[in-house]
Design a protein around this ligand. Structure first.
Ligand SMILES: Nc1ncnc2c1ncn2[C@@H]1O[C@H](COP(=O)(O)OP(=O)(O)OP(=O)(O)O)[C@@H](O)[C@H]1O
Length: 293
């Protein structure tokens, strides 16, 4: 029997007054998959996630989570952990009490001390929420989302405002959830996080999904770049170059072959290639092309 996708977004539109924020968006996230939804500011990512979370009604189209409407809280909530961009905690509760309370409302079970530990909040367990720093509040958001190891975890810009150690700790915790089979939906403006971790990436711009695929699929349409400088008086190498500033760029779909040609020429001519760099196409490059208009 085929396993149905965990998230199905079908022809979704979200309109605010007359403004179309999400336009006919369709995507699916399979069980165990890590899906990153990327896009420019205002592309419609949060609006899409809010419908997935059951916090917003679609203007048209539909979203199904585990085959159910996201507003069917009894079915969906115990299986879904959500880290919003902003969430409301009672300022007078301690961190331990907040995780225990919100965790138990999810209908899942867990050991509060364990959750505090993986979220980097063990040393703040007795601190009141009102006394947490911005980064510590993000960790608390994360703690409540991963409480009980939900089957689906939705993370809306989870690492914004976190220092590098906290980011590493957060991704370690997400890796452990994935090892146990959880499905992850992420939005982030840190493209390298998506490039390193996501199985598939969707790139939104102005309300529509412009591209979708693995990192390899998304980057293959754009060339890799070799860049270098030459000492004065040296003739140009026998491959197509573009002058950029004081140096040269080679745009290529055959990185290994062209790099070899360049290095062989430099070796034969006794030329030192200065500032040599050979970079495969990055997600940033794809993102820039898509979000140009
Ligand atoms: N409640 C609202 N009322 C009116 N317009 C809204 C509302 N919420 C969002 N918008 C508009 O809808 C568009 C999409 O917003 P959304 O927050 O979904 O984008 P986003 O991709 O998450 O952006 P960012 O990366 O900046 O968080 C934006 O132009 C935003 O101004």
């Amino acid at each position: 029997m085929a396993i149905s996708p965990v998230v199905v977004v079908d022809d979704l539109s979200v309109t605010y007054d007359d403004f179309p924020a999400v336009k006919s968006l369709s995507l699916q996230v399979e069980r165990g998959e890590f899906y990153a939804l990327l896009g420019t500011n205002g592309a419609g990512k949060t609006s899409t996630l809010e419908v997935m979370e059951g916090h917003r009604q679609p203007s048209s189209g539909s979203v199904r989570i585990f085959g159910e409407s996201p507003t069917n809280r009894r079915e969906v909530r115990p299986r879904t952990g959500i880290m919003l961009q902003e969430s409301g905690f009672s300022p007078d509760l301690s961190v331990r009490e907040s995780v225990g309370l919100i965790g138990s409302l999810s209908g899942r079970r867990d050991d509060v001390a364990r959750v505090l530990d993986i979220s980097g909040l063990a040393h703040r367990a007795a601190t009141r929420v009102s006394q947490l720093s911005g980064g510590e509040k993000r960790r608390l958001d994360f703690a409540t989302a991963v409480y009980g190891g939900p089957e689906l975890v939705i993370l809306d810009e989870p690492t914004t405002g976190l220092d590098i150690q906290s980011r590493d700790a957060l991704w370690d915790a997400v890796d452990r959830l994935r090892d146990r089979g959880s499905t992850i939906v992420l939005t982030t403006h840190y493209l390298e996080e998506a490039q390193q971790r996501a199985d598939r990436i969707g790139i939104m711009h102005q309300g529509t999904l412009r591209e979708e695929g693995t990192v390899a699929e998304l980057t293959q349409a754009l060339p890799s770049v070799i860049s270098f400088s030459l000492p004065p008086g040296i003739p140009e190498p026998p491959i197509d170059t573009v002058r950029v500033g004081g140096g040269f760029h080679v745009e290529t779909f055959a990185l290994q072959k062209d790099l070899y040609l360049l290095l062989a020429w430099a070796e034969d001519a006794g030329v030192e290639l200065q500032d040599l760099q050979a970079a495969p196409t990055r997600l940033d490059d794809v993102f820039r092309v898509i979000s140009h208009d």
